[in-house]
Design a binder for this molecule. Structure first.
Ligand code: NOJ
Length: 778
């Protein structure tokens, strides 16, 4: 049996092992031990903290250092502050806690902070954290919906407002943005991210970091952002949350890590490691990835926090036998703060006694935590986050609601529109709104609702009622609830639909069907919703379907039979008015899908950006190609898809390499008869390279507004490094040769293309998808 010090040194699981296997195991362990201590890892000797932080490090006892590493739960996510007992205050006095999560409120947190700075020996302030993911009290659309605006200003604005509210409520730190690339809609957490594409995901990551952190973290209205969950949490096997990511190194670096690189360059103050493992190496103990790639190669200098209890779960993964060994592994890998397992504060001393070399890792972790507190200005003015009047003024302020409404309307994606079904331009008549989700205010808050309250939400039904033109009567029937099998309301719903001139059918998933641990094996609508949809469509009435969902759904029947399909995701506190703006034609929809909609569950996982393969899919079943026998080769609605109430024409894409930059331009005209937005999308293809390249890859986008008949020229400027091929972590090869650029209104509608020649190859050290294209409109 290995002893604790072997475990600590080697970073491998302590197992009871037979004598005959011992020799073999020992030499395997040596190999593991060499590879787990990444050669490029940042060392204490190379790191100089500020004078204040170095001074504190010199003064702190081991207990005080371990205390800084501990993040305790101040409550449960829906029962904040409930654990802030007198005993907890004693722990703060003793310096045994560095941070709290699931806490809130300018006033309750002021007392906690006061105890820390006035009554603990060294007066080190606490960090207060919460999952402010798409709003604090003013809840914005869920992230996958916000991704659908394809607009960096929207993403930044939502994050900025969230930070203004949360910081006014005593918080310093948000566990957002969630920037995991998701290509498997069975995975419930696809709702929390930017969808399937690393370029779009990188842009959204940067915009959110900038929004949360503002110009300076030391300002009292900013939050430390957390890019999470590092590194490949969105690829769990079978779509089951927390599961293994079985991916190759190229996919990891080309598809899943670019948003983390982009967030690093944007100055993200912290990152959270993922619960899962990549090919058997849990991210919480992955030294090569954390210390090697993130810190040493990318120069990330922020704070790294584990996910909830994830350090203890290293034992479940089977890489540590004891809590002390798990703590040592995580610390050695580069994790600074332990979210709730208590291992760093309780068991790390044992590990350090066994291996004093860990003390250098400990000092690095403490130094980074103190540096985060310093960057937030907490040593200089710890009480700046605790002004009760500011809290009252900020929460749900009128201009915050206005922004939430505008962003929600910009998130809606019009998937289908036939027979002039939308907008509903009626001056009189009866509109039947059918579906329990129409009246479900709570669902519009999504799964990370922070301090959002159902009573703050204007439901879809109320929005449609309030926005209805005079002379139009809105009638409502619930029909069926997504969480129930009770179909007794169908008859009334059908009768009401029959009695109306138009039907707006609201179906989909309740908020609790996506989010953490909410993976589904089935991408079709819940049974009751399918039954409701089918009964209403059978009436033969003109039906516009509103989808409420946190994931792409397989809706082949609805797509075939409804006149219009509008994907509303979950839109936040202003859901109803935003939907009404679209339905009644106040605004033309222009949201675009950040992830394709499949035809069936069996298609998952998928991406528009797959490799072409040797036998690319051909619709002709007589040929043996890369397709299913039982469904068409295209998705139901592709990545980037979204209609508007107008139409747009594209001119020829032109351009080439000028002074080392790829400069492209295209004319776009609003050829319809109403003002509308278009999302101009730029895709790249490298037709011949040293390794197969994706069919196409998004490399730029620009949301533009045009009056009817108006034209504009959209310019895109790129670096050849955006076509670089991953060779090894930190080495990206730009290969000489042809690149083909395509422009259009979706990945399936590519209007025109141009070929560009890269004359000279070179080596870059930046993940290609993380590099921003400059987009300008004339
Ligand atoms: C677990 C989730 O994975 C993570 O995203 C979240 O930030 C923490 N819990 C804290 O609530």
């Amino acid at each position: 049996m290995f002893k604790i010090d072997d475990v600590v040194k080697r970073g491998v699981r302590a197992v009871t092992i037979s004598a005959s296997l011992l020799a073999l195991a020992a030499c395997q362990d040596d190999a593991v031990s060499q590879s787990t201590r990444d050669e490029t890892a940042v060392t204490r000797a190379q790191t100089q903290f500020s004078q204040r932080v170095e001074g504190l490090l010199a003064e702190m006892t081991l207990e005080e250092k371990l205390g800084q590493l501990h993040q305790a739960a101040g409550g449960r996510s829906r029962n904040l502050n409930s654990r802030l007992t007198p005993e907890e205050l004693d722990r703060v006095r003793a310096g045994a806690v560095g941070s709290y999560l699931h806490v809130a409120g300018a006033q309750p947190l002021a007392e906690l902070q006061r105890v820390a700075v006035e009554e603990s020996r060294l007066g080190i302030p606490l960090l207060f954290a919460m999952d402010v993911v798409h709003g604090y009290r003013t809840i914005f659309p869920v992230p996958i919906a916000m991704a659908s605006t394809w607009d960096e200003t929207d993403w930044q604005r939502a994050a900025r407002i969230s930070a203004e509210e949360a910081s006014a409520a005593g918080l310093h730190w948000t566990f957002a943005p969630m920037i995991d690339i998701g290509r498997d809609p069975r995975w419930g957490r696809i709702v929390e991210g930017a969808g399937s594409d690393p370029y779009l995901g990188s842009r959204m990551a940067v915009a959110q970091v900038q929004g949360y952190q503002g110009e300076s973290l030391a300002a009292g209205d900013t939050l430390l952002a957390t890019a999470k969950h590092f590194g490949a949490y969105g690829v769990p096997t079978g779509g089951r949350d927390y599961g293994t990511a079985e991916i190759g190194e190229r996919s990891l670096y080309e598809a899943y890590l670019p948003p983390f690189y982009a967030a690093t360059r944007a100055g993200a103050g912290s990152m959270m490691t993922a619960f899962n493992d990549i090919d058997g190496v849990p991210s919480t103990s992955n030294e090569a990835l954390i210390d090697g790639t993130l810190r040493a190669r990318w120069a990330f200098d922020g704070l790294i926090v584990s996910d909830w209890n994830a350090i203890a779960e290293l034992m479940n993964h089977g890489v540590a036998e004891t809590r002390a060994a798990a703590g040592a592994l995580a610390l050695q890998a580069g994790v600074d703060m332990d979210m709730t397992s208590g291992i760093f504060v309780e068991e790390l001393r044992q590990a350090i006694d066994a291996d004093p070399a860990l003390e250098a890792d400990l000092d690095l972790a403490v130094g980074r935590i103190l540096t985060a507190k310093e960057r937030l200005g907490l040593f200089d003015d710890p009480m700046v986050y605790h002004q009760v009047q500011r809290e009252q003024a900020e929460l749900l302020a009128a201009d915050h609601r206005e922004a939430a409404r505008a962003i929600a309307a910009r998130s809606v994606v019009l998937l289908k529109n036939e027979n002039a079904a939308l907008p509903l331009e009626l001056s009189e008549g009866r509109v039947a709104v059918i579906g329990a989700l129409a009246a479900d205010a709570s669902t519009q808050l999504g799964s990370w609702r922070a301090q959002g309250r159902p009573e703050d939400v204007v439901s879809l039904l109320d929005g449609l009622r309030e926005g209805a033109p005079e002379g139009v009567e809105i009638v409502y029937a619930a029909g069926a609830d997504p969480l129930s099998d009770d179909l007794s309301g169908l008859e009334e719903a059908v009768a009401l639909a029959r009695s109306a001139d138009r039907v707006v059918l609201v179906v989909g998933e309740n908020f609790d069907m996506s989010g953490e641990a909410r993976s589904r094996s089935d991408l079709f609508l819940p049974d009751s919703q399918r039954a409701l949809a089918s009964a209403i469509l059978d009436t033969g009435q003109p039906v516009s379907v509103i989808l409420v969902t946190g994931r792409p759904l397989a809706i082949p029947d609805i797509a075939a039979r409804a006149d219009a399909v509008l994907n509303a995701w979950m839109l936040g506190v202003e859901a109803g008015p935003a939907l009404a703006d679209i339905i009644y034609g106040e605004t033309s929809p222009a949201g675009r899908l950040p992830v394709s909609f499949p035809r069936s569950t069996g298609a998952a996982p998928f991406t528009y950006s797959e490799y072409p393969g040797g036998r690319p899919a051909d619709p002709d079943l007589a040929r043996d190609t890369n397709r299913y026998m039982d469904q068409p080769i295209t998705p139901l609605y592709g990545f980037g898809h979204g209609l508007s109430y107008s139409t747009f024409d594209y001119g020829a894409l032109s351009g080439g390499v000028v002074q080392g930059e790829i400069r492209l331009a295209v004319d776009v005209t609003n050829s319809g008869d109403r003002a509308a937005d278009e999302v101009v999308q730029l895709y790249m293809r490298d037709p011949v390279a040293s390794v197969a390249r994706p069919r196409i890859e998004l490399r730029g986008f620009r949301r533009i507004s045009l009056e009817p008949g108006a034209s504009t020229t959209v310019h895109f400027t790129l670096s050849p490094a955006q076509a670089a091929v991953f060779q090894s972590p930190g080495v990206w090869q730009v290969e000489p040769g042809q690149l083909v650029f395509h422009v259009g209104g979706s990945s399936l509608y590519l209007a025109s293309s141009v070929e560009v020649t890269i004359e000279d190859g070179f080596i870059s050290d930046v993940p290609a998808a993380a590099i921003a294209t400059r987009g300008e409109t004339e």
